[in-house]
Every structure is written in C-alpha cells, then in structure tokens.
Design a protein around this ligand. Structure first.
Ligand SMILES: NC(=O)c1ccc[n+]([C@@H]2O[C@H](COP(=O)([O-])OP(=O)(O)OC[C@H]3O[C@@H](n4cnc5c(N)ncnc54)[C@H](O)[C@@H]3O)[C@@H](O)[C@H]2O)c1
Length: 270
C-alpha cells in the first residue's frame, strides 16, 4: 500500500511533461494520491492547448479535477478551491509550482526592470503562494502540507536569474512567515530548492546551459540533479515522513549550494 493511499491534493503548475510539478505528481500517484490539477486558461476555446496537454498527462493518473486557473485572477483561484471542496472534500496537500517574469525584464539588468514587470513577476511568483495558502488553510486537514518550488538564485546572486532571484527571495521569506502562521493550525509549509532543470520556464533564463554544466565540476556529487530526484523529495515533503519539517528550504541540487569556492580539481586542471 502506497504512503498516499487515501490522501488528496491539488497541484498547480503542470505545463507539460518536463514541468517539475509533473515529476512530483508522478511520485505522488505511484504512492496512491488522488489529485486535482490546474492549467493556464486557454485564450482560444476552440483550441484549448494548455488543457489538452494537461489532460493527456494527468487523466491516466486518475485526475479528480482539471480546471483553468490564472493565479492573478482571484475568481479563478476561488473557483478551483470551491470545486476541490465540492468534488474532493478536505485535502492533505497543495503543490505550488508557478513562476513567471516578462522576458525583457528577466533578461535585462535588475536596475532596468520595469515597474509593471516587477509587479507582475512578484504577483505570479510570490504573492500566488500567499493567496493559495489562504484558500488552502480552509480545506487542508490537520497535518496538511503546502509545497513551493524555489532556486538558489533567491539566496545568492546567479547572473542571468535577475528579477526572478528577487521573487524567489521573497517567496522563501513567505514560506517562513506562512509556516509560522499556519503551524498552530497543523499545516506545514516548505520550499524545495531545485538545481537547474530544462523546462519551459528555465528556457527563458540566460546562460541556463552553462549553469547546468557548472554542476559537473562544482557540485559535491559532480552532476546536476535530474527531475526525478526533485519529484521524490517533493513527494517526501508532502508526506508524513516529513511531519516535523516546516518553514524549511530543502535543496535538491547535488550539494551545489554549500560550495563557496570551486573544488581543488578545478584548480588542478588549470
Ligand atoms: N527548471 C528549473 O531549473 C527550476 C529550478 C528551481 C526552481 N524552479 C521553479 O519550479 C517551478 C516550476 O517551474 P518549471 O521549471 O517546472 O517550469 P514550467 O514552465 O513547467 O512551470 C511553470 C508553471 O507556472 C505556470 N504559470 C505561469 N504563470 C501563471 C499564472 N499567471 N497562473 C497560473 N500558473 C502560471 C505555468 O503555466 C507553468 O505550469 C517554478 O517556480 C520555477 O521557478 C525551476
């Protein structure tokens, strides 16, 4: 019997089969979880591309709910939680795997970021966790778990990550404040800091391939973390195996984040 047998949750953020949320979903499904999913609203109802892509991935896993949701739209978010309550009842977990910055703001220097671009990036990449947490706390059971995805660029300067680094720093702080506030309600809130993984979102980050290559020389395990490892840790952070863990930022990056200087092997090869 899987450790998520009889457990239910919502997953926000599957765009395609490379999405980190999809890797977490697959691990949860293997363990018997029942899940509802959201996709970005399709602009053309005749050609519902986002919905179709999501359906293809999650219907074989027995999806209980598939709905459009743009996190900048309160009505969308309310509808998802109302439908989840109606169709699934109380929940055990919520996955928030969402980020966005307008491409010009992401590619440019931080000092050049536009006011509107900054607001939108923060709203989608950070405030959305807060607004989901506010709805989730009303239908999560005691022992419930909320998980978001972050990146080292929120803690340290990663050239090219730019405005998204600022969003991730705010997101990581939000995780701590939410963990503090929701702890007495027996709800845990954690972040998983994944190393670089090729996805739709990361393709917008400048020099992403170079960053990936660095892991082969700098990371203690001398490799980047494949998305399957992120999926497994995501599942663990949503499970009872992590029942004493909250407000945490767990790195799944083969140890890259602990390094303050290159390993000796780099100097030896110079
Ligand atoms: N790929 C990486 O290297 C990496 C590393 C660390 C953390 N992350 C984080 O993981 C999370 C998931 O990203 P991913 O790499 O799987 O890419 P992805 O593009 O597959 O996922 C991003 C998701 O955000 C959703 N989204 C964007 N704007 C939205 C809005 N207004 N309303 C609702 N949903 C919206 C997209 O539809 C998509 O499903 C992000 O928070 C990202 O910053 C990614």
């Amino acid at each position: 019997m899987g450790i998520f047998e009889g457990k239910k949750g919502l997953v926000f953020g599957i765009a395609n089969d490379r999405s980190i949320a999809y890797y977490i979903t697959q691990e949860l499904a293997k363990e018997g979880a029942e899940m509802g999913f959201t996709h970005l609203p399709d602009k053309d109802p005749e050609r519902p591309k986002a919905e179709r892509k999501l359906r293809k991935l999650v219907e074989p896993l027995g999806a209980k709910l598939i709905m459009p949701c743009d996190v900048t739209n309160d009505e969308n978010v309310d509808k998802v939680f109302a439908a989840a309550k109606e169709e699934m009842g109380e929940l055990d977990f919520v996955v928030h795997s969402i980020a966005y910055a307008p491409i010009d703001d992401l590619k440019g220097n931080v000092y050049d970021v536009s006011r509107d671009g900054f607001k939108l990036s923060m709203e989608i990449s950070c405030y959305s966790l807060i607004t989901l947490a506010n709805r989730a706390r009303k239908i999560l059971k005691p022992g419930g778990s909320l998980l978001t995805l972050t990146y080292l660029g929120g803690e340290k300067v990663i050239p090219g990550y730019n405005v998204m680094g600022i969003c991730k720093a705010a997101l990581e702080s939000a995780v701590e404040y939410l963990a503090h506030e929701l702890g007495p309600e027996e709800i845990r809130v954690n972040a998983l800091s994944a190393g670089p993984i090729k996805t739709l979102s990361s393709s917008a980050v400048k020099d992403f391939d170079k960053m990936l290559k660095l892991y082969e020389t700098f990371a203690p395990l001398r490799r980047p973390s494949p998305p399957e490892e992120v999926g497994k840790m995501g599942m663990i952070l949503l499970s009872d195996y992590s029942s004493g863990v909250t407000g945490e930022n767990v790195h799944v990056d083969c140890g890259y984040h602990i390094m303050g200087a290159p390993p000796e092997s780099v100097h030896a090869s110079e």
